[in-house]
Ligand binder design. Sequence first.
Ligand code: FMN
Length: 164
Amino acid sequence: MNLSDEMVQVLRNSVLAWLATVDADGWPNVSPKEIFAPYTDPAGITAAIAIADIASPISVSNLRINPRACLSAVDIFRQVGYKVQGHVRIIAPCDAAFTEVSRGLLELTGGQYLVRHVLLLEVEQVRRIMAPSYHLFPERSEAQRVAQAMQAYGVQPVEPPTHS
Ligand SMILES: Cc1cc2nc3c(=O)[nH]c(=O)nc-3n(C[C@H](O)[C@H](O)[C@H](O)COP(=O)(O)O)c2cc1C
């Protein structure tokens, strides 16, 4: 399954994603991840999302028992997101694939955090997430939605730098 350009953009605009796993008894566990990046293998066959295990012991131990997971990410300003389900491969620094799959994560951290494992979520099912306002107020433009979300969250747009 390929990741659409729009999906990649939404994932890049999402500052946080939530990773859901289950333990041996079926109890769900959900925790936030900031360091994640869309990943397509060099052959362009497998689409995935690489997630950094920096401090995620419960997610990792759950995934060792049951590799099924779901990641949700939302672009809070445009109020759209994606729910991605699939199986996770746990890739350790000693694995041959680690350098390749961790590249996008390294770009995000700038090497500031030790990535213990890459959790490679192979995309099997994708569902789009949309705020109810899309159905309730379909006439609103994206600019209006962004302006309203910024107001709701108390966020001021940053002025672009001026070059003298
Ligand atoms: C804003 C935020 C971003 C985070 N990003 C990550 C991350 O990218 N990778 C990671 O391993 N932990 C990250 N954490 C920390 C984990 O969510 C936290 O250690 C959590 O308790 C791990 O739970 P788990 O073991 O159930 O995954 C983040 C926490 C916060 C609050």
